[in-house]
Structure formats: C-alpha cells, structure tokens
Design a protein. Structure first.
Lengths: 158, 111
C-alpha cells in the first residue's frame, strides 16, 4: 500500500462509478494543488490530491518487527460552475437535472465509503471530514469548491 | 439582400488563408476534429502585433464553422494545442465568434 496506489485507486473508482456518470472521465483528475485544474476541464469536475500519512507505532513484536497503525489521507475536491441561484449548491430537478455540489458530495460518499478499492491491506475507509463550500475561480470562471477527506487505515508490520 | 447577410457573405473574403486566416484544427469536446479557417489575434485588441504573444490569444472563427464553442474545446495551431477558456463572445448575430484560448496546461482558480 502506498499513496500513489491509493490516489489512482480512488480515481479509477470514481471514473467507473455509475452514480457519477454525469462527470466526464477526463474531468476526474489527480491534481498537485486543489486550486489548479486542467485548462480543458469542464464542470462538474473532481480533483484528487494526496493528503498526509500518519504512522503510529502500536506494539513491538518479536525481533525487530513492529506493528504500525498507518492512516493515509486523500482529498477529493468537487468543482461546480457557479451558475445562478441555488443550483450550484443544491442542484435542480427541472427542466433538466443538474447536480449541486452537495448532491455530488453524496454521490462520492456512496462510492468511497467503506470502499477498500481492492487494495491489499486496507482495513477501513471512510470520510473523516468535509469542508464547507467555497467560492474560488476567476471573474470569467467563478467556481464553487468543496473538499472531502478520506482516511484509509492499514496495519502493517514494518 | 440585408446588410447583415452582406456582412456574413463578406466574411469569406477575410477568412481565406491567402488573406488573413490560417487553417487550424478545431476539436469540440467529445467530437471529432475538423479543419477550419480562423484568424488569430491578440488578447488585447489594442495590440496590433502580427504574432500573438504570451500564453493567451483570441481566435476569430466563423459561426458557420462553430455553432457552440465552449470550455474543453481545443484548437491545434502549428502543432500546438490551445484550450478554450472563458465564455466566447459574438456568435450568430455577428457571424463571428471571439474565442479566448490558452496554451497553459492548467488553470489557477485562486489562493
């Protein structure tokens, strides 16, 4: 288990999720910074960024082997276009269905909650926090952003 | 014939590779690429440079060639990819789109 495997596993899971079919595969990307998006990106979009790794020594086993509690964090960032009214936040049902940022957060949770991504050693996977929605972007492209942080626990012997 | 129709017809004179235009490849997101004639201009219309400087420029394209340009579309100019950014101006009434494009790979959204 390493961070690269985790980030790419999340990206694959989100791209393959039927519940997120309204987000183009090209708009689900790994990003070096949550305020950077690919120039050709359309919205809604989802960025994935590596987070911190916390390692706690749990117990000393025989010899030099130690049991560790290692928690990998990964951020999933949602970007939606800042359209008029309440739509960017809560979406709309008619005349056409548009997902708001809270709808998308729910759909991502459906995909990633308790999803071990078929990565060997992962024992737990859940969302540990969500930021409030935040307006970012430029005058010609205002965007609403929200970050979800997922934690993946492994218990390796190092 | 109306003035509007006259102007649209006259666009063919300007959008000619022997005159002001250049043949480029336009790819609408999710569609197949096609070759069209466009006019490359500067981001700032006050600058009359013949070569668009920097990472951004404005592409003038005929409405008859591009019905609805949008973010995610690309132009290939001299083997280099330029991405549509911002909201294109102009359109049907004018007969021409003014499309801002960038060749930067990423876009900064603040902070």
């Amino acid at each position: 288990m390493d961070m690269k495997t985790l980030v790419q596993g999340i990206q694959t899971a989100l791209k393959n999720a039927a519940t997120l079919s309204y987000v183009a595969d090209a708009d689900i990307f790994v990003t070096p910074d949550e305020y950077l998006v690919p120039i050709g990106c359309t919205f809604p979009a989802i960025g994935i960024k590596d987070g911190p790794i916390i390692k706690d020594k749990e117990a000393t086993a025989s010899g030099t082997k130690l049991a560790w509690d290692v928690r990998y964090s990964a951020h999933v960032i949602i970007y939606v276009e800042m359209t008029a009214g309440e739509t960017p936040v809560v979406g709309q049902a008619t005349p056409t269905t548009i997902k708001g940022i809270l709808d998308i957060a729910g759909d991502i949770n459906t995909v990633l909650h308790e999803n071990y991504l078929s990565i060997s050693g992962v024992l737990d996977a859940y969302c540990v926090g969500e930021t409030e929605s935040e307006t970012i972007g430029t005058d010609d492209m205002p965007v609403l952003k929200k970050r979800l942080t997922y934690e993946y626990m492994v218990l390796p012997s190092l | 014939m109306t003035l509007k129709a006259d102007m649209t017809t006259d666009l063919a004179v300007f959008f000619e590779t022997d005159e002001f235009a250049e043949a480029v490849t336009y790819t609408a997101k999710g569609s197949t690429a096609k070759s069209i004639e466009v006019i490359l201009t500067d981001e700032d219309p006050a600058i009359e440079a013949t070569i668009p400087p920097g990472d951004r420029m404005v592409i003038l394209a005929k409405y008859s060639d591009i019905t609805a340009p949008r973010r995610g579309d690309t132009f290939t100019v001299n083997s280099e990819t330029w991405y549509v950014v911002g909201e294109p101006a102009g359109g049907r009434a004018e007969g021409i789109w003014h499309i801002e494009v960038s060749r930067s790979a990423r876009r900064q959204l603040g902070a």
